[in-house]
Structures are given as structure tokens and as C-alpha cells.
Ligand binder design. Structure first.
Ligand SMILES: Nc1ncnc2c1ncn2[C@@H]1O[C@H](COP(=O)(O)OP(=O)(O)O)[C@@H](O)[C@H]1O
Ligand SMILES: O=C(OP(=O)(O)O)[C@H](O)COP(=O)(O)O
Ligand SMILES: [Mg+2]
Length: 407
């Protein structure tokens, strides 16, 4: 997997002293209803790169997205909830230094802060996705971002599968570009799953980003011996098999793809294990749930966790496994009544002798929330869900490829 880093200069080899250094980070952290950060691991994981740059006298410009704001379609109050301000304040506490925060990522306010930075000072630009151009990989927007700096460093592993302006478009305009310590660490750690995972190799998929991640499953079937599906991802598969999931979150336009994947799995003799029971409730805010058969979801309710029988089925698969990759919580684990499936999988993986990799902003948060003892037993906890999935599928990721320089 070291070959995967070929042609990519690590930050330690870049000339950064007194230079304006743009570091793309992934501070897309989970927030609670009050906007408080519930898991700061993505911020902590970026610290080695940030500290390295500051200690070497760089003028550091940090940038990230947070959530999925829809500029023009959301109210100002809704957008404000996705401000990076809490991340900047939290980072200031972790670094023990001031973090300047301009109110936008481009324009005069940002330029003023950026050009006033002294060596060893840091600023955090406001949410990149407050501009629709970010996700469109818009060239003019990428140029505006690039004007901030002389050196470009990507340490946002969780976002390298996105061909967005701050990850892709702007990066190519820099001669001096490279990767941060987190990106390097992730690629090396996930490498084992790309090259020669010990078999049996089991993948556990869940979470909410179904339309993003379902396409990856087709390629993953070529690599794994069993695919266990929980979370909202399972709803689409159960519906594809003809079950009525009632008010559950389902991606109806992905039903044909789910059927294709089930068909292909049969041909390849890959076991697809779906929940046989689920925990249902009438709303996301319900104070309790009810365990029902996956084929008997009551009208007006939605599946918000896998049930105890499903957890047992999943756990059994970990006993014989030599390698397990897990992305996506098994349910709405942020709410106590729907957390048992996710924490159950985390605990079972901690007990298993398999080499375990857990990836995803929310999955990692769940593993840390399950406790230190559980988190310490994982082989690797990746900051990226979609990114790690696409990497282990064997895909070339735009945010990584763009960093390569011949010579
Ligand atoms: N059955 C479900 N219904 C609603 N939301 C779910 C369900 N299962 C999981 N989720 C939600 O999925 C989210 C995480 O999904 P995702 O971002 O795809 O995972 P990760 O960040 O680990 O890659 C969590 O916030 C969780 O509450
Ligand atoms: O949280 C992220 O991915 P993940 O939920 O798959 O771990 C990344 O920050 C990417 O976010 P995006 O899926 O909105 O592009
Ligand atoms: Mg997530």
C-alpha cells in the first residue's frame, strides 16, 4: 500500500516556514440538538499536522465542510447551525492558542484574516459548503481558495472521495502540495484491507448515506465472504426483498440496485445477512422502541435499530472472521432506545480475534462512545466512512490522486 503514497509529498518534506499553508481538514463532526460537538476525534486526529505546521513557523489556514448545507434552500438560522465556529473554539482549546475565524471562506473578510496571519498563527475559514460552488468543484471558486496560500496540504481523509473544489480543484493549482499525517496514516492502515485481507473477510454496512454508499457494495462483493447489513441501509434491502418497512427511511430509487446486489451476491456465493428483527418507533424522538419481526413493521412506525436476534446473527459471523470492516451505525444510536444494535456490534468486534477496521465519522463516534476498552481493541478506527469504503473497494480517489506529482 506504500505504493499508494507514491508521488505524494508528506508535509514533513514540504518547505513551509513562514509560508501561507492551506490545510484541508475534515472537521465534519457529529453535533447534538444544541449544536454541541459530541465526538471531537476528527479534530484531534488533525492536530499532529496542524501542530507540525505551526511549530515550523507556517501561517496556517484551515478549511473544512460541516454537514450538508444547501445554500439558497435553507434559512439563515438553519445555515448558522452548520457554522464551524464551535470547531474553531474547540480547536483553540486543544491547541492553547487563538484560532482566527473569518465569517466566510472567501472574499474580503477571509483575505484580511489570511494576509494578517503571522508565522505560527492559525485561522479556520467558515464552512466551505456555504458556497454551492464547493461541491460543484467550480474552477473560479477553487482559484479564490487557492489565492489564500502558497502551499496546499490535504489532511481531510474523510473527504478524499469527493471531487470538490477544496479537495480537488484547488489542489491541482499548487506546485507545492502534499498530504498531512492523518491522510498518510489512514492510507497505510487501510492498506491491509486493499491488498491481502485474511479470510474469512466480513463487511458490516449500515448508516444513513445509503445512496452514496450502496454502489460500493457491488464492488465489495468481489472481496468479502459475507456482507452484514444494518441501519438505514438495511431498510432499502429489506424493501427490495418485498417487505413493507412502513415509515422507515428507504431510498426507493435504489431498490433495483439493491436487487442487483442481492442477485450478484448469490452468484458469487457471498452471504448477505439482513436483520430478521428491528426496533421500531413512531418518530425519531420516541422515548422507547419496540422489537418486531422485520416482516411485521407496524403501520406508521419506522425501523430505527436492528433487533436482538439480528445482533446475535451478526455476532456469530465475527467468531470465525479473520478480518472485519465496519462502516455505518446499525441504527439511530445517538438516541438511547436505538443504540443497542450499534453498541452490541462494537462490543462484539472488540471481543473478536479478527483484525477489525471501523470507518466513518459517526461509526467512530459510536465506538468511542462504547468506551475506551472497546475502542482500544479495534485494529484501526478510520475518520472516513465513504472514503474508507471507496478506498478498500480499490477505487482511485480524487483527493488522493490530485496530490501526486511526477518527479
Ligand atoms: N435505521 C436508521 N434510521 C435512521 N437513521 C439511521 C438508521 N441507522 C443509522 N442511522 C443514522 O446514520 C447516521 C450515520 O450514517 P453515515 O454518515 O452513513 O455513517 P458514518 O459516518 O459512520 O460513515 C447516524 O447519524 C445514525 O443515526
Ligand atoms: O462525514 C463524512 O463521511 P462519513 O459520514 O461517510 O464518515 C465526510 O465528512 C464526508 O461528508 P459528505 O458525505 O457529506 O461528503
Ligand atoms: Mg457520517
Amino acid at each position: 500500500m506504500e505504493g499508494y503514497l507514491e508521488g505524494i509529498r508528506p508535509i514533513r518534506d514540504l518547505e513551509i516556514e513562514n509560508k501561507r499553508v492551506f490545510i484541508r481538514v475534515d472537521f465534519n463532526v457529529p453535533l447534538d440538538e444544541n449544536g454541541a460537538i459530541t465526538d471531537d476525534s476528527r479534530i484531534r486526529e488533525a492536530l499532529p499536522t496542524i501542530k507540525h505546521a505551526l511549530e515550523r513557523g507556517a501561517r496556517v489556514i484551515l478549511a473544512s465542510h460541516l454537514g450538508r448545507p444547501k445554500p439558497g434552500k435553507m434559512t439563515d438560522a438553519e445555515l448558522k447551525k452548520l457554522s464551524l465556529e464551535p470547531c474553531g473554539s474547540h480547536l483553540a482549546g486543544l491547541l492553547g492558542t487563538e484560532v482566527m475565524m473569518p465569517e466566510d471562506c472567501v472574499g474580503d473578510a477571509a483575505k484580511k484574516v489570511v494576509y494578517d496571519l503571522r508565522a505560527g498563527q492559525v485561522c479556520l475559514l467558515e464552512n466551505l459548503r456555504f458556497h454551492a460552488e464547493e461541491e460543484k468543484n467550480d474552477e473560479a471558486f477553487a482559484r479564490e481558495l487557492a489565492e489564500h496560500a502558497e502551499v496546499y496540504v490535504d489532511d481531510a481523509f474523510g473527504a478524499v472521495h469527493r471531487a470538490h473544489a477544496s479537495v480537488h480543484g484547488m489542489a491541482k493549482t499548487f506546485r507545492d502540495r502534499g498530504c498531512g499525517f492523518l491522510l498518510e496514516k489512514e492510507i497505510l492502515a487501510l492498506g491491509k484491507l486493499v491488498t491481502a485481507p485474511d479470510k474469512p473477510y466480513v463487511a458490516v454496512l449500515g448508516g444513513a448515506k445509503v445512496s452514496d454508499k450502496i454502489a460500493v457494495l457491488e464492488a465489495l462483493l468481489q472481496k468479502v465472504d459475507a456482507l452484514l447489513i444494518g441501519g438505514a441501509m438495511a431498510n432499502t434491502f429489506l424493501a427490495a426483498k418485498g417487505l413493507n418497512l412502513q415509515a422507515s427511511k428507504i431510498e426507493t430509487d435504489k431498490l433495483p440496485l439493491a436487487r442487483t446486489i442481492l442477485e450478484k451476491a448469490r452468484e458469487l456465493k457471498v452471504d448477505v445477512v439482513l436483520p430478521t428483527d428491528v426496533v421500531v418507533a413512531g418518530s425519531l424522538g420516541a422515548s422507547s422502541g419496540q422489537v418486531v419481526n422485520a416482516g411485521a413493521v407496524p403501520e406508521g412506525t419506522m425501523a430505527l435499530d436492528i433487533g436482538p436476534s439480528s445482533l446475535r446473527d451478526f455476532t456469530q459471523r465475527f467468531v470465525k472472521a479473520k478480518t472485519v470492516f465496519w462502516n455505518g451505525p446499525m441504527g439511530l444510536f445517538e438516541k438511547e432506545p436505538f443504540a443497542a444494535g450499534t453498541f452490541g456490534v462494537a462490543r462484539a468486534l472488540a471481543e473478536s480475534s479478527a483484525f477489525t477496521v471501523v470507518g466513518g465519522g459517526d461509526s467512530a463516534a459510536a465506538v468511542y462512545a462504547a468506551g475506551d476498552a472497546v475502542a482500544k481493541k479495534m485494529g484501526h478506527i478510520s475518520t472516513g466512512g465513504g472514503a474508507s469504503l471507496e478506498l478498500i473497494e480499490g477505487k482511485k480517489l480524487p483527493g488522493i490522486e490530485v496530490l501526486r506529482r511526477p518527479e
